[in-house]
Design a protein around this ligand. Structure first.
Ligand code: ADP
Ligand code: MG
Length: 392
């Protein structure tokens, strides 16, 4: 946290000075702006690590201020904390919709809340172990699966992978669609090329080395990760050998920092060894009774296979609208903590999929986009922490 640069935006000089002193005492570097316009100039010129602002600004509407920051590549991922002199919930809603990370109201409790938020947002990522280049740790393996089809596994896999890459631009991220007998990520991201799991599996294993994947895997426009698309048809998908898939995944693990696998609704002889190796197991649950019951069965099975609940990242996806069980009910039945809930997005979700666009791109200010971003960052932190502790 020490040394992070925070831009304070507040028209009220007393308030600004007070925040400046408080944050400098905590060893932050502080920049100050007394108007929205000044703040935008500083945010884009100085690229602070975080912007702390009172959304009551007389020269620019709060929502416009937030959107301008969100729509500029220099600040699109910068945490924005509103520390508001306006207690109304209308303003809070508007700011959250426009894309602020957190919204706090000025009060006697504001400073402790702010400190908590800063600690959370700047929480250090587990240090990466220093290892010689020959024995580099394999990349983090994150698998996505569900107990039932149509729960949003593939859509969430693609969208969260995109957010994982966006959160760590320096990392090499690959998504592999291992859903058999037929994959769907290619369709979601608009990849129409010929290369896929089947064509790669057909090549001699000596040819499909790290270099081969780096050079040849497509990077579908606006998705940012490299993709190994799935089986294009059941005829091919059914003859694939499990052994070859494991080999491919092993090469991907040495070639990439994050290997994200869509396993679909599968608990097969092919997917089980991958689930057992995974650093993080993302379990997508929808809110209907039957999926939740099946998820309970899957989780019980995992336990007999020695899979620890610390490695499970359960996401409740309201893919079927508002009907169905609540998060608390789902947790109670399944016996797992649900880490995130993705709201029902109506036809917007299918529309983004049909246009082959990431949700974060098509609807940057939608609650779901904010949730994807936060979930991706949370998943990365958890996977790294588990790896550092040697649990996976
Ligand atoms: N949160 C959501 N809100 C609205 N529609 C969703 C949501 N999540 C998924 N969908 C839709 O549900 C359908 C199934 O999603 P998909 O990712 O293919 O599921 P799966 O891979 O589990 O079979 C898609 O049409 C997708 O657009
Ligand atoms: Mg799928």
């Amino acid at each position: 946290m020490v040394g992070k640069m925070i831009l304070i935006v507040d028209e009220n000089a007393t308030s600004r000075n007070f925040l400046g002193i408080t944050l400098r005492e905590k060893q932050f570097k502080v920049l100050e702006a007394a108007s929205g316009k000044e703040a935008l100039i500083s945010a884009w010129r100085d690229e602070p690590d975080l912007v702390l602002f009172d959304p009551v600004l007389s020269d620019i509407k709060d929502e416009d201020f937030i959107r301008k920051l969100r729509n500029n590549s220099r600040t699109s991922n910068t945490p924005l904390i509103a520390l508001s002199s306006d207690p109304s919930s209308a303003r809070k809603e508007a700011c959250l919709d426009a894309g602020v990370t957190e919204y706090l109201v000025k009060s006697s409790q504001a400073i402790p809340s702010l400190e908590e938020s800063l600690a959370r947002l700047f929480s250090p990522v587990e240090p990466v172990q220093v290892v010689s280049s020959e024995e580099k740790d394999p990349g983090l393996l994150i698998v996505f699966l569900s107990a039932k089809g149509g729960t949003g596994t593939s859509s969430l896999c693609a969208n969260l992978a995109m957010n994982i890459k966006q959160g760590q631009p320096e990392a090499r991220v690959v998504v592999a669609d291992l859903v058999l007998p037929i994959g769907s990520i290619g369709q979601i991201v608009g990849y129409e090329g010929k290369m896929n799991l089947i064509t790669v599996a057909d090549l001699p294993s000596a040819q499909t080395n790290e270099e081969y994947f780096h050079r040849n895997l497509p990077e579908p426009e606006s998705w940012q990760f490299q993709l190994l698309a799935g089986s294009p048809d059941p005829q091919h998908g059914n003859i694939l050998k499990g052994e070859r898939i494991e080999q491919i995944v092993d090469v991907l693990r040495s070639a990439y920092d994050f290997i994200i696998l869509d396993l679909g609704r599968s608990l097969s002889r092919i997917s089980l060894p991958l689930i057992q190796k995974a650093d993080l197991i993302t379990l997508i649950v929808s809110t209907d009774q039957s999926t939740i019951q099946l998820t309970k069965t899957v989780w019980e099975y995992f336990q007999t296979q020695g899979i620890d609940d610390q490695r499970i990242y359960a996401i409740l996806n309201r893919a079927v609208g508002l009907e169905g069980l609540t998060k608390a009910e789902a947790e109670e039945i399944i016996g797992l903590t649900i880490k995130t809930t993705v709201p029902y997005m109506g036809s917007n979700f299918a529309l983004a999929n049909n246009l082959n666009q990431p949700i974060t791109r098509k609807y940057p200010t939608d609650t779901a986009s904010i949730i994807f971003k936060e979930t991706a960052s949370d998943m990365v932190k958890l996977a790294r922490r588990l790896r550092a502790r040697g649990i996976a």
